[in-house]
Write a protein that binds this ligand. Structure first.
Ligand SMILES: [Zn+2]
Ligand SMILES: [Zn+2]
Length: 340
């Protein structure tokens, strides 16, 4: 089969690799679509993806073979794949916090260890499979993983119905966070985004305001419109300075949820946070149940895929798609893995 493999130069190349077979207790999924995550781009750029690994952790597809002893799944079943085979026995797993699984590094798919979804086929375990609702298409379903990331961030914030929220960054996670906030009953959502293409996407979601942070201050805009600084700020930018910017924007005892995280150090001036008792909350992944619930929300139209997805490209063009994400004009790029 064809798969996108990390080469000796640290870049992706489409190569012929052995097609996986269903091991006892496992299945093989024919990948339909797999989205490029910002973390894929950053990890590849930072040389964090080992040579020979197959990335990709945002995928949908159909089961093509079922290993011995697997019950409840058949060939042809449409699924999204949780990119992690949780151990279900460590303390975080027992609380449903599967992204925090203590064996997560060894059990993650498409993050350097086990082969991921930028391939025609991918081996998976039944614990990773979530069946598509009848009225959900495979392309929209490929958004479930980043959608669950956004929903988890909003859930972790303890968002109060009727509150106003500020969202920094209108990349895929920022846009999905806007939709999650709408679902959580936000009275107003205000977005900062320096990139004009992405700002337009946020406007298409009908938010209260979208501004360029190099020109206007998000906190001032929210406070001019609502009479106060926002109680909730979602940092979906994940730059070295965004943690500080988020705390500047938040009101007293405001909650800053960090969904995007920089790969290096961040700069924060603690006194400014101290004087407002800013609460920081890091949000990583999702709970097991949230991942399943998010599929139903997708089927109910909670997300606008035509806004979030900017391009769908065949697997053979994946290297160009990764390059394109370093330039303006893109949000979520989905890799079409059955067109090869
Ligand atoms: Zn991701
Ligand atoms: Zn675990």
């Amino acid at each position: 089969m064809k798969a996108a493999v990390v080469g000796t130069d640290g870049k992706l190349k489409v190569a012929d690799v052995p097609t996986p077979e269903a091991a006892p207790g496992g299945v093989v999924v024919e990948v339909a679509y797999c989205g490029i995550c910002g973390s894929d781009v950053h990890m590849l750029d930072a040389g964090m993806m080992p040579e020979g690994s197959v990335p990709g952790h945002e995928l949908s597809g159909r089961i093509v073979s079922v290993g011995q002893g697997v019950e409840g799944w058949r060939e042809g079943d449409p699924v999204v794949v949780l990119p992690l085979d949780p151990c279900f026995s460590c303390e975080p797993c027992r609380h449903g916090a599967v992204s925090l699984c203590q064996e997560g590094v060894l059990r993650a798919y498409g993050l350097g260890k086990l082969p991921g979804g930028f391939a025609q086929y991918m081996a998976a375990r039944p614990s990773m499979l979530f069946r598509l609702p009848n009225n959900l298409d495979l392309m929209t379903a490929a958004l479930n993983e980043p959608w669950a990331v956004a929903v988890h961030g909003v859930n972790l914030s303890g968002f109060r119905i009727g509150a106003h929220a500020a969202v920094m960054g209108a990349g895929p996670i920022g846009l999905l966070t806007v939709s999650a906030l709408r679902g959580a009953g936000a009275a107003g959502v205000y977005v900062s985004e320096p990139d004009a293409f992405r700002a337009e996407k946020a406007r298409a979601l009908g938010v209260e305001a979208v501004l360029d942070p190099s020109v206007e201050d998000l906190g001032s805009v929210v406070s001019a419109r609502t009479g106060r600084l926002p109680d909730y700020v979602f940092d979906c930018a994940g730059t070295p300075s965004s943690m500080q910017e988020a705390s500047n924007i938040a009101g007293w005892r405001g909650r800053v949820v960090l969904i995007g995280v920089p790969m290096g150090n961040a700069t924060v001036f603690p006194l400014s946070c101290f004087l407002k008792e800013t609460e920081f909350r890091f949000s990583f992944g999702y709970n097991y149940r949230e991942f399943g619930d998010c599929l139903d929300l997708l089927a109910r139209g909670a997300v606008r895929p035509e806004v979030v997805v900017s391009d769908v490209v065949p697997l053979r063009e994946i290297a160009d798609a990764f390059e394109a994400l370093h330039r303006t004009g893109h949000t979520k790029i989905l890799i079409d893995c059955h067109g090869v």
